[in-house]
Every structure is written in structure tokens, then in C-alpha cells.
Design a protein around this ligand. Structure first.
Ligand SMILES: [Zn+2]
Length: 263
């Protein structure tokens, strides 16, 4: 699963067309930002960020745990049982997540579809069994779910599909009591190195613009998807820290758990 990115830069605008297949979906992000307007505009609206990390535990999970403790923010992780039971080290990382009240754990399936998404979603009942196995073996307490490789949503008054297989599986999970969360924005990364593809400033700019212009799924709420493996350089040097500090510095951003996302 190798993300591919083509970016075109000009003096007055940054236009980035990003085609990513890393999680099995295609995303096109476009930002048009005069370089002189990169500084933060004053805004008194309270915005809520739901920072979520997928696919853990993996190398990087320990740093996320450190990060959220030091910055005292709430985040969600969507975990994969097969990764948690891969080694004693990963089991230890998972226990760090379990013990940390900053972290709310959600279900991202036991197998992650073995990365064969169309095959996986052809059998919605076995998708449900895969999620139930994950729920049981990892002792997940809530019923928050995210589908592997799919940006699909199932909440009380919200149904969003991303035009590929998985609709029936999402329906089946919802009927079984899961709230299914996709995302508003992905911070993409290289599948080989884990390095984030967008700079902190680019991400902050896109986050602000989406919220200001009401281009999120729920008004004033933004679900940001990142992955555990992205921030392996240690907390102090990480782009994640810079992003959190920057959003905190604006004064009107809150970090919240997805269990508090409006239905
Ligand atoms: Zn995933």
C-alpha cells in the first residue's frame, strides 16, 4: 500500500492533488491559500477536534501515549487485534493505551481485512464477526468502530458512504450497536517511512479553512485521521506535538473523545 502524491506549487497558491491508496480509498485535497494569509485569523467560535489514530498498536504507539499525557488532551485510537497480539512489545503498547484515560479505544477490526478490502466487504456477516472478535479479545468497552480502508459513517442521523464496497458491512455493524466513524480529514503519510506528507502548517491551514467554511461533516467538529506509525521520532521532535501546540495556541480549539461526537 504505497501512497502516491503529486503536488503543484505556485507563488500565490498551493494546490495539492493527493491520490492515496494507503487505506484503500481515494482522496483529493485542494487548498488555495495566499502565502501572505498563512497566519491565524481571530475567531471566537469553539471548534472541537477529534484526533484519531488508526491501525495500532504499532511502532509509534508509545510516542502517542507519551504525547497525550504530556499535552493532556483527549484522543481516540482505533486498534487492530492482530497487531496487538503480534508480540509482547505490542501487547505492552496496548496496555499503555488501556491504562491511559486520555485515550479512548475504538474497534478497527481484528484482521484489518488482511488489506484485501473488496474480498472482506463481500461478506458483511464475517466483517461483523471480525469486529466482535476484536471487541472480545481486546476487551474494548465502548462500541465505536472504524472500517478498515473505508471512510464510511453510521450514526443516528448520519449515513455516509464512499462509493465503494462496505455499505452492507457498515449497516450490519450499526444494527449491532456500533457507531461507525469515518473522518473529515486525513493527515497522510508515506507507507514506507511513516513520514507525514503534509507539513504542520499545511494541516493547520486546511483544518482552519474547513471549520471556518463549514466544510466538515458536523458543524464546528472535525475528525482528523492519522496513523500510529507516523510519529516515531519521539514526542519532542514530532510534527504531532507541533500541530497540537499550534491548535492549542489559538485558544478556541478543544480536543474531545468520539464518544462525545454529536449524534
Ligand atoms: Zn486502517
Amino acid at each position: 500500500m504505497k501512497p502516491m502524491m503529486a503536488a503543484f506549487f505556485s507563488k500565490k497558491s498551493i494546490t495539492a492533488f493527493i491520490f492515496i491508496f494507503g487505506c484503500g480509498i481515494s482522496v483529493m485535497a485542494q487548498s488555495q491559500v495566499p502565502s501572505s494569509a498563512m497566519q491565524h485569523k481571530k475567531d471566537s467560535t469553539i471548534y472541537t477536534i477529534y484526533l484519531s489514530f488508526d491501525d495500532g498498536p504499532l511502532e509509534g504507539s508509545e510516542d502517542i501515549n507519551d504525547a497525550v499525557q504530556k499535552e493532556d488532551i483527549k484522543v481516540n485510537v482505533f486498534v487492530v487485534g492482530m497487531h496487538a497480539f503480534a508480540s509482547a512489545r505490542m501487547q505492552r503498547f496496548y496496555k499503555l493505551y488501556e491504562a491511559d484515560p486520555h485515550i479512548e479505544i475504538g474497534n478497527h477490526s481484528y484482521t484489518h481485512a488482511h488489506d484485501h478490502y473488496n474480498l472482506y466487504y463481500a461478506k458483511p456477516d464475517s466483517v461483523l464477526r471480525d469486529f466482535e472478535k476484536n471487541q472480545l479479545e481486546l476487551g474494548i468497552k465502548n462500541k465505536l468502530a472504524r472500517l478498515p480502508g473505508r471512510n464510511m459513517w453510521r450514526l443516528k442521523d448520519l449515513v455516509i458512504n464512499d462509493n465503494i464496497t462496505g455499505r452492507q458491512a457498515a449497516d450490519t455493524l450499526y444494527k449491532s450497536g456500533y457507531r461507525v466513524f469515518g473522518w473529515d480529514l486525513e493527515w497522510q503519510h508515506s507507507g514506507e517511512t511513516g513520514i507525514p506528507l503534509q507539513s504542520v502548517n499545511e494541516m493547520v491551514e486546511i483544518i482552519e479553512r474547513k471549520l471556518r467554511e463549514g466544510k466538515t461533516i458536523r458543524k464546528n467538529q472535525l475528525v482528523l485521521l492519522a496513523h500510529d506509525e507516523m510519529f516515531r521520532n519521539g514526542w519532542e521532535e514530532s510534527e504531532l506535538k507541533q500541530l497540537i501546540l499550534k491548535l492549542k495556541s489559538f485558544g478556541n480549539y478543544r480536543f474531545e473523545h468520539l464518544s462525545n461526537y454529536p449524534d
